[in-house]
Write a protein that binds this ligand. Structure first.
Ligand code: SF4
Ligand code: FES
Length: 366
């Protein structure tokens, strides 16, 4: 007879929930969702052993448990600390946590180049998001930033070591998804770097997934590099019959052109589970070789968080304001009103830009 597992109570930012024993504070907070969930730059639920490296997920434990309600003396990494029955945790409600997180971000940015304007990860970079919330306008660091010898990781993956935050996610990915890990973190301290063993190419069928798990732009897709900004592309869910992987992907398109193929990600930026079961890791062939629309069966537009910069270029669910023109203009009535979509010489005359359910692309313009 199966024994029912007793749930335990935890309160995070004044919200009490019941969770399974053995749940980490981070995952308990994720089940509440929104800002209550601490940011996580190194933890990745699909990778065994990940977490405990970056310290962005620090939280305050104001009461350890019902049995021992003493507060924990220091902030703890929520990805590596399990909840206890009656635990009280503070994340966004703790000044100490916010202060520590500002410090962690300042540390992460000490060596990270501020090259977002030319970085392919811009728009979907977790460090960029974190810097907007917790970053400082300038740096207090007066020394030389780290520099590295260039490593060639083969035809598909570009490594920018100066952007790496040493989260180890790519190392766990190579370790757990491929049968031949040839890269890892070499050296110690601020000489630590991601490198391949005697410059061997990362040529395993599933190694492209390191690009998806990298929280910053240290590992990017050479077939997409510098071709487009992500917010100009439109992600659609698509699938194919692949013999190596689940074949369930996101195509990043502009017009009919497929610029990039990635695995599908959830609200935490982690790879989603496949509808066929298991994690939806994708193979190199799907990611790097199938760049034509005829390789795929398109299912429809991907659901993107409306606060994401990626959703900015989309015209799905366009809401027309209910106010009259004079209400919008503070009581003034315009003498002349011109519909730029009808009158403009820029777009083709048979195309009404406001009616498109996708971003406009070069074919729409004269
Ligand atoms: S290359 Fe990316 S995934 Fe790998 S350790 Fe550095 S930041 Fe993490
Ligand atoms: S996510 Fe917890 S330490 Fe990095």
């Amino acid at each position: 007879m199966s024994e029912e597992r007793k749930l335990i109570k935890v309160t995070i930012d004044n919200i009490t929930i019941d969770v399974e024993p053995g749940t980490s504070i981070l995952n308990a907070a994720r089940s509440i969702g929104g800002d209550v969930a601490p940011p996580a730059m190194c933890y990745y639920s699909k990778l065994k052993g990940s977490g405990g490296k970056c310290r962005t997920c620090l939280v305050e434990v104001a009461a350890g448990s019902t049995a021992d309600p003493r507060p924990m003396p220091k902030l703890v990494a929520s990805c590596r600390t399990n909840v206890m029955d009656g635990m009280i945790v503070k994340n966004i409600t703790s000044e100490k946590v916010m202060d520590a997180r500002n410090g962690v971000v300042e540390f992460l940015l000490i060596n990270h180049p501020l090259d977002c304007p030319i970085c392919d990860q811009a728009g979907e970079c977790h460090l960029q998001d974190l810097s907007y919330e917790h970053g400082k306008e300038s740096t207090r660091y007066e020394f030389k930033r780290r520099t590295f010898e260039k490593h060639d990781l083969g035809p598909y993956i570009q490594l920018h070591m100066t952007r790496c935050i040493l989260c180890y996610r790519c190392v766990f990915t190579a370790d757990q998804l491929t049968n031949k890990r040839v890269h890892g973190v070499l050296d110690r301290g601020d000489h630590s770097e991601i490198a391949t063993f005697i410059e061997k190419n990362l040529d395993n069928d599933f190694i492209g997934n390191v690009i998806d798990v990298c929280p910053v732009g240290a590992l990017t897709d050479k077939t997409f590099r510098f071709k487009n900004r992500v917010w100009f592309t439109k992600p659609v869910d698509a699938h194919c019959n692949c013999s190596k992987c689940c074949g369930e992907v996101q195509l990043w398109m502009r017009g009919d052109e497929v610029f990039r193929v990635t695995a599908r990600k959830d609200e935490w930026g982690e790879i989603k589970d496949s509808t066929k079961g298991g994690t939806g890791w994708i193979c190199n062939e799907c990611r790097f070789e199938k760049k034509s629309l005829k390789d795929w069966v398109v299912e429809g537009p991907s659901v993107i968080n409306r606060h994401s910069v990626i959703s900015q270029g989309h015209y799905v669910d366009l809401v027309t304001p209910k106010e009259t023109i004079s209400a919008v203009m503070g009581g003034r009535s315009p003498k002349l009103l011109m519909n730029i979509h009808d009158e403009s010489d820029v777009n083709k005359q048979n195309i009404e830009l406001s009616k498109l359910n996708r971003p406009a692309h070069s074919d729409d313009f004269a």
